[in-house]
Design a protein around this ligand. Sequence first.
Ligand code: HSE
Length: 366
Amino acid sequence: MKTVGFVGWRGMVGSVLLDRMASEGDFTGCEPVFFSTSQVGQPGPTVGGRESAPLRDANDARALAETDIVVTCQGGDYTRSVHGALRESGWDGYWIDAASALRMNEASVIVLDPVNRRVIDEALDAGTRDFIGGNCTVSLMLMGLQGLFDRGWVEWMTCMTYQSASGAGARHMTELVRQMGELGGCYAPGRTALELERQVTARMANGALPTEHFGVPLAASLIPWIGGAMDNGQTREEWKAANEANKILGTDRFVPIDGQCVRVGAMRCHSQALTVKLTADVPLADIESAIAGANDWVEVLPNDHEATCQQLTPAAVSGHLRVPVGRVRKTTFGPDYLTCFTVGDQLLWGAAEPLRRTLLILLGRL
Ligand code: HSE
């Protein structure tokens, strides 16, 4: 049985990953070894009903090299400090990583198997050893619109995102809820809407809200900037859309994708408004059936008020693997311009699920 080392399993993505593995019975198919950067020697977790051995040192390349596969959700700094040394030591096991550090390396594949199983299988045949989870918005967009890319119908696309606090990290989620709590205190029976608004705006302006992590209030507001600045005016998050999507798909023709990435006060679901320049005037019914049939998780919703409000929101999708695509219609720009809206769980298909499934592929179970 293959030995799988887990690093960063206590963090948010790591916890979701372990929960998914436990609920799917995945631990029966491997020998898990748990690593830690800070609590070496302490008891390991109980997974799949089995107690694990004491935690090993995640910074010890020799200990990592005893595993067949390493799965890390520890973050980019850890990857940068450990991966190179581990490879230089001669370890030729598989490295599965949630962080972006190695994503664009030629030697790595970005994994999203419902979309790019062919790319993954070819890479395995070619001896690739590094398998990296994609950016969450990119993965969720591709899970939604795979059907259009598979048919070569996307000439170019804009992605306008509404990204949840979870994408920024666990502490940001906590901060958002604390901000909401502070603003909730503005309510008093009998206050008019304008009085409430003045109270809320005053609390946001006078430093009453915790902003250590976001830097500014997110509750009752939004932040139209995600990631570092690029020289071309994009943020790094915006740059990833085209560059990661094309790498995941293994496209022959680079499909331009660009847009604005915005942080909103959702907890763990990223939403995206997409406008697609189609390569032809494809009938809407064909578009909907191509989208709906592309994978087992995407769902096309009718473009009506009821379905949209009940099923196409972060509230409806949180904690679920389904990826609804709704508001699908041709735009008024012309018959070869499509618009739609999609929502996906940032911690499931956006982060943990592609890693879990890559592990299953490497274990020969998928
Ligand atoms: N960078 C993403 C975000 C999360 O900030 O929402 C992970 O891909």
